[in-house]
Design a protein around this ligand. Sequence first.
Ligand code: SF4
Ligand code: SF4
Ligand code: FES
Length: 234
Amino acid sequence: MKISIKREDNIIKYELDLKDITLLEALNYIKSNLDNTLAFSSGCRSSVCGSCSMRVNEREELACNYKVQDGDSIEPLKNMSVIRDLVVDMDSAYKTNFKAKAWLNKLTQGVSLNHDDEKRNEVQSDCILCSACYSACPVYAVNGEFLGPFALTRVWKYVSDKRESDEKSKIDNVQSNGVWDCTLCNECTLVCPQDISSKADIEKLRAKSAGYGYMDPSFGSFGGGFGFDGSPSF
Ligand code: SF4
Ligand code: SF4
Ligand code: FES
């Protein structure tokens, strides 16, 4: 089996006499037997730490969860700077959580959750911060400040938590470079190893935003909006 790996500006081909292995096993084999200069990240080997995320044939995968195939082409995640080979600097992605204030802002005392409440945002808690969605999102090509998929998913998790008593400030904070900048392309959802749909969560945040009087700014700037009688003015 031959696979190729993007290393800085070069594509290096490796030949492995192995079958039925994960990509992470293949990378470990290469490092131990063929080329000890190859750099990649990994941790748990069981799809829970998120550190082995990379692109295979132009799609984000967890190396420990992907069965490598003859002819596969491996490259680092997009939208982050490459430290070396397949290792990227995920700090820029993680900082989106901070910018989006993706945490419980103000706890209401004395509110307890029932089973339905727990179900409402259970899936968002499963994010392993692998940054696959961040890599797949096309918005970063035009707006590096976009809060982005996993941070907005986390914001939805806390906005939908009935113990959060300051929902509005969370919604206020995701108006700029946030919910309206998403193109709803669904690329984030397609690559998420945890079956989280950031697109769906962003749509729910948009609905909440509308409830607080916000609207898509691209409608507001469309030829001057609406006239006093409610008719469109162009
Ligand atoms: S749906 Fe939105 S957040 Fe997800 S990849 Fe597309 S633009 Fe990015
Ligand atoms: S939302 Fe999914 S793809 Fe994005 S960081 Fe979390 S687990 Fe990874
Ligand atoms: S090594 Fe932890 S997710 Fe792959």
